[in-house]
Design a protein around this ligand. Structure first.
Ligand SMILES: NC(=O)c1ccc[n+]([C@@H]2O[C@H](COP(=O)([O-])OP(=O)(O)OC[C@H]3O[C@@H](n4cnc5c(N)ncnc54)[C@H](O)[C@@H]3O)[C@@H](O)[C@H]2O)c1
Length: 309
């Protein structure tokens, strides 16, 4: 357990994240921050009152300021607007860039040693905003998207094969958008290559559904986007860091030559431990996968250029 984890944004993703962090007792104190007066205080108090029933000792506090967040070990940024039907993640660009910039300035001042996990969309570009504004090294700024995209892919595969989700190993790389790259060559069921268990047509349909996994939920909800699985993804990354698990998870990381690319955040396999990003793991890719990753990188670079810091 670390001393303090701050979750910025007390909306759907943020509040669910805070609750999951507390239930897993990842930190002594969980601070929930939002600009809306009363929302983080009310949700924090409500969540803290579930502690005697759920049996956790993490203390949750809600606030509109950053004094309570001082010296957080991990900060999870979920502040920003979410998609509505018909919107792409890039439609959120300018509004969320301003929000993530303001939050990052506060994080830099109040928690200069924190490891930052960005969740706000468009994810890869918001990671760039957080890294530029905080000035933190790449070890301490990571984005959550690949864990979620991979979880969706694994869930669809488990359903189609009628097997436990636990036995599906998979990796989805690239940017968090329609150009994400599910790696079929690294998808297996308890070590059995997926291509031995499923025909290509079914697999392609699942890959396609994974790419549109977020939009499928937005269409159902109408007024917002997914948050149960996204919060699970953010908390899995926080857990790997807090417990120094050295897990290999697909995360958005700042590339410095890996996969032949530099100067952007992209979803790649990362080893996560107490220092944050311990290593970017480079895996062999097929020609098609390399081309798809390059296309995904282009889709991240484009909105990155449009961001004014
Ligand atoms: N990376 C992913 O895989 C993933 C998955 C789901 C959602 N998201 C993104 O996460 C973000 C949050 O989604 P949500 O469903 O929780 O939205 P939401 O609207 O429920 O919550 C967002 C919260 O941010 C708060 N906020 C706005 N400006 C703020 C500021 N300057 N400081 C602090 N708080 C501020 C709002 O008041 C609101 O409570 C969105 O950008 C969404 O697109 C990312």
């Amino acid at each position: 357990m670390v001393r303090k984890i701050t979750v910025v944004g007390a909306g759907n993703v943020g509040a669910t994240t805070a609750q999951r962090v507390a239930e897993k007792e990842l930190a002594e104190t969980v601070v929930l921050v939002d600009i809306v007066e009363g929302t983080p205080q009310g949700k924090g108090l409500d969540q803290w009152q579930s502690a005697p029933i759920e049996g956790y000792d993490s203390r949750i506090v809600g606030t509109n300021g950053y004094a309570e967040t001082a010296d957080s070990d991990v900060v999870i940024i979920t502040a920003g607007i979410a998609r509505k039907p018909g919107m792409s993640r890039d439609d959120l660009l300018n509004t969320n860039a301003g929000i993530v910039k303001q939050v990052s300035e506060e994080v830099k001042k109040s928690s200069p040693a924190a490891i930052v996990i960005v969740v706000s969309n468009p994810l890869d570009v918001m990671c760039y905003v957080a890294k530029e504004v905080t000035g933190f090294p790449r070890q301490r700024v990571l984005g959550m998207a690949g864990v979620l995209d991979t979880a969706r892919y694994r869930a669809f595969l488990a359903e189609a094969l009628d097997v436990s989700v636990r036995d599906i190993q998979a990796m989805v790389l690239g940017g968090h958008g329609d150009t994400m790259v599910p790696l079929i060559s690294y998808t297996s069921v308890s070590g059995i290559p997926i291509t031995q268990l499923m025909n290509r047509q079914t697999l392609d349909a699942i890959v396609d559904r994974t790419r549109n996994g977020g939009a499928e939920i937005v269409k159902f909800l109408k007024t917002g986007s997914a948050y149960y699985a996204p919060s699970s993804g953010a908390v899995q990354m926080a857990e790997a860091i807090v417990h120094n698990q050295r897990r290999i998870l697909p995360c958005a990381a700042w590339l410095e030559g890996e996969y032949g690319m530099s100067g952007l955040f992209l979803g790649v396999p990362c080893k996560l431990g107490r220092n944050g990003l311990e290593k970017v793991i480079e895996v062999e890719l097929t020609g098609d996968e390399k081309a798809a990753l390059a296309k995904s990188a282009d889709a991240v670079r484009e909105p990155m250029k449009a961001v004014k810091l």
